[in-house]
Design a protein around this ligand. Structure first.
Ligand code: SF4
Ligand code: MG
Length: 336
């Protein structure tokens, strides 16, 4: 496969006082070089846990089922099995090297007692062969590139001296300065006001086009995905329930959960239309529903089928897959 990163049957559990809980179950997806994949779902759906696993950032209590595979395939380099890495040197090569991550709260990326510039330089010294002077020059250039005025002065400031939008930009500058192959953006614009949000999204798209990197863009907001991504994977309670191009999934959503997410979004052509939130709450991972994980909230639940069997994927079109018995039953009926 020519995927940059390939995830197969990823199942992630956490050891807790209440026993093992399942956060992610049999998740598979690919991201091609230069592609923006949107991962969408409510909070608690396993989006961030999935993303962190690509950099092995999930912590000591994490258990990956043995069939789980994450393969990083940088063109011209030996493919890496991320979940099999044991050496610290290989981890460092991934974290901030081949893969960088930006977060909703940029303060999480900055050490409070080190200037923004110093931190950028140190990261470059770890991940590149640049000299200190070159690293300084590149850092200032990157701050300018993301639209920070007076970058040379800002270089010597601390993150708390930046406004929220500036901090977000500085975090992006730092994450991109090492030229990662994959940028993971976890709700990067959620805390920003709408205007700055749009600017940050445009900036990320420009940088993708310029550097040719791939992005895994995580959000609870399908509207943001529609503006940003090439393809989308919809997650619910640790499972990918639908995946396809943005056009396929947003224009012709097939899974009842995807339809529910879209019905809960304001319609641009009819702002007075009533919004219909998805009824009920996402169940606790301690209490995962049997069969289809969405059956406790699904308006189209087929009694006797959906609570008993996990739906497999049905291909609806080129690259458009859905995991729902409405389609498996249809397939069975059509076959009769
Ligand atoms: Fe609803 Fe059944 Fe489809 Fe699950 S499998 S989404 S419960 S119709
Ligand atoms: Mg999250």
């Amino acid at each position: 496969s020519d995927a940059l990163i390939s995830v197969r049957d990823l199942t992630i559990r956490f050891r807790t006082d209440e026993g093992l809980i399942t956060a992610v179950e049999k998740v598979s997806f690919d991201i091609a070089p230069g592609e923006i994949l949107g991962l969408v779902g409510e909070s608690g759906s396993g989006k961030s846990v999935t993303a962190k696993s690509l950099m092995r950032l999930n912590g000591e209590n994490t258990v990956y089922d043995p069939e789980s595979r994450i393969t990083l395939n940088v063109p011209g380099e030996t493919p890496l099995e991320v979940l099999s890495l044991r050496r610290e040197r290989d981890m460092i090569a991934i974290r901030g090297g081949a893969i960088s991550m930006i977060f909703q709260e940029p303060m999480a990326s900055f050490a409070p007692a080190i200037t923004v510039g110093r931190q950028m330089v140190e990261q470059l010294l770890i991940h590149t062969s640049l000299t200190e002077a070159e690293a300084r020059e590149l850092s200032i250039e990157m701050l300018a590139r993301v639209g920070i005025p007076e970058p040379a002065r800002r270089f010597d400031q601390y993150a708390f001296e930046f406004s929220g939008g500036m901090r977000q930009r500085a975090m992006i500058a730092m994450a991109l300065s090492t030229r990662p192959r994959l940028l993971i953006a976890d709700e990067p614009t959620t805390a920003l006001d709408v205007t700055i949000q749009a600017q940050v999204i445009d900036l990320m798209k420009d940088l993708v086009a310029e550097f040719g990197m791939a992005i895994l863009f995580i959000t609870h907001d399908l509207g943001v995905i529609a503006q940003t991504a090439d393809r989308v994977a919809v997650m619910y309670l640790g499972r990918i329930v639908e995946t396809g191009s943005v056009r396929q999934v947003i224009r012709a959503p097939a899974h009842p959960y995807t339809r529910g997410l879209l019905d809960a979004l304001p319609k641009l052509d009819d702002l007075d239309a009533e919004l219909t939130p998805i009824p009920g709450d996402i169940p606790s991972p301690l209490n995962r529903p049997s069969g289809c994980v969405f059956h406790t909230r699904c308006p189209q639940m087929i009694a006797g089928v959906c609570e008993g069997r996990v739906p497999g994927y049905t291909r609806l079109g080129d690259g458009h897959d859905v995991a729902c018995h409405l389609y498996t039953e249809q397939a069975m009926e059509a076959a009769r």
